[in-house]
Design a protein around this ligand. Sequence first.
Ligand SMILES: Cc1ncc(C[n+]2csc(CCOP(=O)(O)OP(=O)(O)O)c2C)c(N)n1
Ligand SMILES: [Mg+2]
Length: 771
Amino acid sequence: MITDLDALNILEERLRWLSAWTIHHANHIRPSPDGLKVGGHQASCTSMTAIMAALYFHALGPNDRVAVKPHAGPVLHAIHYLLGTQSREQLENFRGFGGMQSYPSRTKDRIPVDFSTGSVGLGVAITAFASLIQDYLSSRGWLDEADRGRFVALVGDAELDEGNVYEALIEAYKHDIRGLWWIVDYNRQSLDATSADRMFERFDEIFKSCGWRVVELRWGKRLSAVLKTHPRLSEWLEQLPNAELSALHYEGGSAWRARLETDLGKADAAFLKEHDDAALTVLFSDLGGHCMATLVEAFDAARDDVPTLFIAWTIKGYGLPFAGHKDNHAGLMNPTQLAALREAMGVTEGREWEPLEGVGSNARPAVETLIGNSRIAREKRPRSFGSVPVPAIPAPAGDEQSTQAAFGRILLDLSKAGGPLADRIVTTSPDVTVSTNLGAWVNQRGLFRKSDKADVFAMAKIASAQKWSGTNNGEHIELGIAENNLFLMLAAAGLAGDLFGTRLFPIGTLYDPFIARGLDALNYACYQDARFILVATPSGITLGPEGGAHQSINPPLIALGQPGLRHYEPAFADELAAMLEQAFRLIDDPNGESTYFRLSTRSVAQVERGDDAWLEGALAGGYWLRPPGPTAEAAIVAMGSVMPEALAAWDELRADVPGLGLLAVTSPDLLHRGWTRAQAERWGGRRQASHVETLLSALAPGAGLVTIADAAPAALSWLGGVLGQRVAPLGVDRFGQTGSLPDLYAAYRLDQEALTEGVAELLLAREATSA
Ligand SMILES: Cc1ncc(C[n+]2csc(CCOP(=O)(O)OP(=O)(O)O)c2C)c(N)n1
Ligand SMILES: [Mg+2]
């Protein structure tokens, strides 16, 4: 009689075999066109095969979402192969072009992947924010109770060194986030070494103090039973350092015997007599994370919504010849070792890809039933979530405004007007809601709190501009100052469509320099194609008296190199309004992307517009604010908050420099992308000038450009390369300092005088070359 546990054990073996074989095939069998090692992590996979078999074929429900430890990617694919939702062709092309990815990827893998992983720690933390978003949707009535699920992170033990895990843990506690299972594959090995013994049991305390249930699965059933009757052996094993335990797992039965004889002497002689070396190897490998009964029991006992940390003891490389070896992280079996494993697993040569190869006819029905009953099998969700109409967004009125203030006004107006878009917006900020001008929106829409939180100050009738009570109907999620969490929150909210079928329009705000704090999480969000709006303000030395510690310099360069994120840097409120409207549209567009706005606190005189001709160019990255004459020999190219200086210089110079133009750049990022794309398409036989080429070819051949931005000069200086024009680049390339704007603009050469000098220099150079 085959029990479910037997069948699960058989499935574990299938996963162990298929993951090892997939990696082996890519490295040793698939022809290599370049001689490069393909790689893969057989040891990291087999460390988790029992845990994953117990989850996917027993514990997980249809709505549960899992972030899989990156190096166990092949196990996830093997599971889908058994479920029939992954093809052999994809497995054969592991790490190949168009094949299954090295690490689970939402966008590139053909199987449904809930969260991409790869940068360790981030996949763990995003599950907390996804759970919060699930609560957010539920409380608005946008998610049925029956569609709610649990969020599971499969965590490598060394991932617990990543600080972002604890930032998320703290935020999760504050928001009472539940429905989480974080399952640590406690193989006590990282990439380089075995883990520090001193941390042992500290993790439990950290999690327990944040309200988590900690379940340690140290020994399997068989080993536990032996240890119960052999107290000295038990005591000895409990205190064995990580490195020694790993080494013994590698060396196997005879080493266990020798070591026990030395350390325990005759005390356990009887025990040693009862076990030959092979039996000792098997017995001591019976750790909790490899014992199916232990795993199933633990998962079954944790079905409530208390966040739970499972510490499942495992052996890195379990069942493989390099089990426990400290250098096994990227270890690959050689063909001889692979052949031995194949035989041991009853796989006939030539039938390596057969899903249930080696499973006897006796066991097959039970195994097939378990596979058939897996409640996690599903197709990839189509990327259509019912579109949300985006209304026209008018520019806020006002002759003088800053882009930051305009942003606050636009959101306030959206809120007052109401409608589906305003209802689907969710805002979030790491403790800079007020100073990024989101306060008025929050007054209108309220804080999101799972349980009501009264505004104590308002109740006491203390005057305050911020009326912040929290309810489960609020639309702003306030975070502590941990920018990494902001990006993980945006990633989770930006995946609401994919994860829950309901699109949200997430807007996150922070100070521009602190983007650097969360860069990897930002990249992670973009990599997964999460859709959101990032509003970074204030920015640049235009922040003035706040000084260098808060003045950002390089974010436009970051944006220039960040796929999946569009940079807009408007100078005027009407530009910002049009760009926000565009950014909202891009969120729900299958071919869209996220948008980063770099805004400023500087209040600037707004320009008069005769018509809407500027609009299309502004959305495409730039437009002629003052069009050049047909023989223009120079142009000022300006971005964002320094536009008043550019306009003043243009006014001063236009009499002396006939046809001088002023190009307003709203997105170096879009201009650069358009340029390189047009280049590539030219090679493909299509010839169409990019927007930036069209703009710049309005100038006379050989004309010069003076570029200016309150940012690293390289954000715009590359424009000279488009048509081979000479450039005088102005911008900030030293740390900022405190001061008034006139003082700072003079010191950093962002003023009218620097622009005039720049134009003069270009004209002189032009005369010299034409003389
Ligand atoms: C942020 C980041 N830093 C470094 C790496 C390189 N790296 C990949 S796996 C790994 C060690 C992982 O150890 P553990 O989490 O214990 O996983 P195991 O393979 O032991 O299961 C490292 C350092 C990475 N992927 N991400
Ligand atoms: Mg490890």
